[in-house]
Design a protein around this ligand. Structure first.
Ligand code: NDP
Length: 458
């Protein structure tokens, strides 16, 4: 396409932007430029999913050692050394960043290590002063942690946790979403004394109520002081640390406070409004099903659009954009029945409607089981796992599946295939169990636990 410097200019080198750039350049031969102001890989690779999961693995070790003892192993007390782990983590992130960079270069993408903003519908301006024109511009700048205003003392966000020089002894985590719940358990597993404040009645709003309750029980069971209906009224610093005054007036001191109070789209200063793109209430870029903005040459994918803020969704959106615009294979990214997992201990895996959502829509049957799994029951431990199927009483389709169990993230990935295919409860029942596993309970729940609504007769 003569006349433009590039066929596509991507702003942001995270999951969505990198996928779009690689497919457009590597598969379809488009001339692609990509600008990233920070490290290549974005939130998921550098300060999100990947380092978080490695910390989840590290934090699970004491539990595994304790279980080893219960199984008859003679294991000496173990010590965790944060600097050793951090050095390995840093090296791994360097390796991954290089792999992302290599993948882009291998696909023929030109990388610009600079912040980019929009100058007009076909022009980007880099912080270096250079400008480039492109037939299409894709904004994939992701999101960033959002802090309430006017906090009276320095607090940390999830970004900072991976960069700590040493672990605090007393940590307060504020929030009840994915990030707060995951880091509360990670830090507790690493030996940190953790308190978690959540302003609402129950953590993990939006997930199935029974699953939320069991994760809350497990959170408390691993020694975290989870306080629901509690928020921070004031923060200050003194010789004892950070003084936190609760909404009920009680005070406590911590060495560090992490705010995990949501993330907002990274759109500040990009120059979108001047081009006629009116941002949403949270600063997100409104797009249609094709990820196209109000300006036809400008598209946006991933967290910056605040549709469904998950890495695999951003990747799907970026891929669909590239196939549609450069591969003449038009399709929209599918946001239906997207599974996800919260990496607490045990994990929460979920796909489809919660019991409460389904009950509002029509007659449903709930099949639910909770039990002590063999592995930890053998050790006399009280931990329980839960599995729930939400079934449409008319069509018999499984509308939702919710699992709280070790490795629930792995289980829900496979259950999600069946749910996405439209499997009925009877399809689950026809599937033979794998014995002895926890997941076999998914195909052996015969009795209805609860009904909501009734099917109209006649
Ligand atoms: P969430 O939006 O999930 O949770 C934010 C939490 O902070 C909620 O509990 C919210 O309470 C609370 N909160 C918001 N504002 C305030 C405030 N002013 N004072 C006190 N509490 C407040 O955000 P996260 O930061 O946990 O995660 C961001 C996104 O990242 C998620 O939406 C998710 O898509 C993604 N993510 C996914 C992961 C995964 O797939 N495993 C892991 C980590 C992140 P309330 O419920 O009352 O609104």
């Amino acid at each position: 396409m003569p006349g433009f410097d590039y066929d596509l200019f991507v702003i942001g080198g995270g999951s969505g932007g990198v996928r779009a750039a690689r497919i457009a350049a590597g598969e379809y031969g488009a001339r692609v430029g990509l600008a990233e102001e920070s490290r290549m890989g974005g939130t998921c690779v550098i300060r999100g999913c990947v380092p978080k999961k490695l910390m989840v693995f590290a934090s699970a070790v004491p539990d595994a050692l304790a279980l080893g003892r219960d199984y008859g192993w003679d294991i000496a007390p173990a010590q965790f050394d944060w600097p050793t782990f951090r050095a390995r983590l840093d090296a791994e992130l360097d390796r991954l960043e290089a792999a992302y960079r290599g993948g882009l270069l291998g696909a023929g993408v030109t990388i610009h290590d600079a912040r980019a903003t929009l100058a007009d519908p076909h022009t980007v301006r880099l912080a270096t002063g250079e400008t480039f024109t492109a037939k299409h511009i894709l904004i994939a700048t992701g999101g960033r942690p959002h802090l309430p205003e006017g906090l009276g003392a320095p607090v940390l966000t999830s970004n900072d946790i991976f960069l700590l020089d040493r672990l605090p002894e007393r940590l307060l985590i504020v929030g009840g979403g994915y990030i707060a719940c995951e880091f509360a358990q990670v830090m507790a597993g690493l030996g940190v004394g953790v308190t978690q404040f959540y302003r609402g009645e129950q953590i993990l709003r939006g997930f199935d109520d029974d699953a939320r309750a069991l994760v809350a029980e497990a959170t408390r069971g691993c020694g975290i002081d989870l306080q629901t209906g509690t928020d921070v009224a004031a923060l200050s610093e003194d010789g004892q640390g950070i003084c936190v005054t609760r909404t009920d007036g009680a005070r406590a001191w911590f060495d560090a406070v992490v705010y995990a109070t949501g993330r907002h789209p990274n759109t500040e200063g990009l120059g979108l409004e001047a081009l006629g793109i009116t941002l949403g209430a949270r600063g997100q870029i409104p797009v249609d099903g094709w990820s196209q903005t109000a300006v036809p040459s400008i598209f946006a994918v991933g967290d910056v659009t605040d549709r469904m803020n998950l890495t695999p969704v951003a990747i799907r959106e970026g891929h669909a954009f590239a196939d549609t615009v450069f591969g003449a294979r038009p399709y929209k990214a599918d946001h239906q029945l997207v599974p996800s997992a919260v990496f607490t201990r045990p994990e929460l895996g979920s796909v489809g409607l919660t019991e409460a959502e389904a009950a509002e829509r029509g007659p449903v049957e709930i099949y639910q089981t909770a039990f002590r799994p063999m592995k930890t029951a053998f050790a006399g431990r009280p931990e329980r796992v839960m599995m729930k199927l939400v079934v449409d009483a008319g069509s018999r389709r499984v509308l939702g599946c919710h699992i709280v169990a070790p490795e629930a993230g792995e289980m829900i990935q496979l259950a999600a295939i069946a749910v996405k295919m439209g499997a009925t409860k009877e399809d689950f029942d026809r599937t033979c169990a794998v014995h002895p596993t926890m997941a076999e309970e998914m195909v052996t729940m015969r009795k209805v636990t609860r009904h909501h609504g009734t099917i109209a007769k006649g």
